[in-house]
Design a protein around this ligand. Structure first.
Ligand SMILES: C[S@@+](CC[C@H](N)C(=O)[O-])C[C@H]1O[C@@H](n2cnc3c(N)ncnc32)[C@H](O)[C@@H]1O
Length: 317
């Protein structure tokens, strides 16, 4: 398997586990690629091409990725260390997990470093939420650290634009530090840009100039992730019209989706696939069972995850 790298953001629904299966069907030669609905940027960062435009409508995520991609690793780490000191947080990467775990009140629970970091994490969260400008370097480093120490290493904001996840079990450990170092190194070698936009924006077509491949991983109509809340049948249909426009422009595309799962079917997409059956190819994604929980295995047995892409470049390959 190619050495794919992980995103420094632990993004729900990221495509890391199936990258080898989807990349196989991407065009062999790509000049400019758009990773639309890029989330944690896992797909685009791993595809060889001359230029990659990462697009997502989540402004906080786009700003954070842009910020991280421009960092010098050593300076970034020392900024993280300042936060660790200021908020008395644990630092497993340097001093080891056990050092902090043994200071937690109940050593029999399954709460990792929660107890040790609780006070500092909520202080950091309050300070971050009180910042007027969330676009500064200071704000982005704080957000990165909130993610690293927060619940499920996720990023979530409430309607008032406040980071609202509770404390998690982990900290800045070897795994997180390696992910950020490797991502910064790779981003530094690539020609990339990050854009906060929706494919429904009036002036979206400006990004298509010079683009010869668009990968799309939208929220799934029949999915249940947090970012699915703003997605509905109308958005699904708008996306299918957008894909029609890509085909008209002869821009290659690939779309990830789930077309079927227990008792649910993505009808707009399956209808669209029937109408376009002679222009597109549909490949089923095999779920990676290794390391999956029993619950996930049962769920996935009834789920049909696919990659849908246009035939033109399937024939060229
Ligand atoms: C399935 S996730 C993408 C995961 C990503 N491929 C990865 O590997 O990390 C879907 C993403 O679509 C974004 N999104 C939702 N509606 C959008 C829209 N109208 N335009 C652009 N991005 C959108 C969400 O913010 C979310 O990040």
């Amino acid at each position: 398997m190619t050495d794919f790298i992980k995103s420094p953001l632990n993004y729900t629904g990221n495509k890391y586990r199936i990258l080898d299966q989807i990349e196989e069907f991407f065009p062999k030669q790509i000049n400019q690629m758009i990773d639309l609905f890029c989330g944690g940027a896992t797909v685009g960062i791993n595809v060889d091409c001359n230029k990659t435009i990462f697009i997502d409508k989540n402004e906080k995520v786009i700003n954070l990725l842009h910020f991280i991609s421009k960092q010098n690793f050593d300076s970034f780490l020392s900024e993280c260390e300042k936060i660790i000191t200021n908020y008395s947080l644990s630092y497993s990467y340097k001093y080891g997990y056990k050092t902090y775990r043994q200071k937690c009140s109940n050593l029999k629970d399954n709460n990792g470093l929660k107890d040790f970091n609780k006070e500092g994490f909520y202080r950091l969260r309050n300070d971050y939420n009180s910042l007027k400008d969330k676009n500064t370097s200071e704000a982005n480093i704080m957000l990165y650290m909130l993610m690293v120490y927060g619940f499920n290493n996720d990023i979530r904001f409430n309607r008032n634009e406040e980071f609202n996840l509770p404390i998690g079990k982990t900290d800045l450990n070897k795994n997180n530090v390696n992910k950020i170092r490797i991502f910064i190194e790779k981003a530094g070698r690539k020609n990339i840009s990050f854009v906060c936009a929706s494919f429904t924006d009036n002036n979206f077509s400006r990004f298509l100039k010079g683009t010869d491949f668009v990968y799309m991983d939208p929220p799934y109509l029949i999915g249940d992730a947090v970012y699915n809340s703003s997605w509905n049948t109308e958005m699904e249909k708008a996306l299918l019209v957008f894909i029609d426009s890509l085909m008209e422009k002869k821009i290659n595309f690939a779309l990830s989706n789930v077309i079927r799962k227990v008792g649910k079917i993505n009808e707009p997409l399956t209808d669209w696939c029937s109408i376009h059956s002679n222009q597109i190819q549909i490949e089923k994604i095999k779920y990676h069972y290794r390391s999956a929980s029993y619950h996930k295995i049962v769920r996935n047995a009834n789920e049909e995850e696919v990659l849908i892409f246009n035939r033109e470049y399937a024939n060229e390959n």
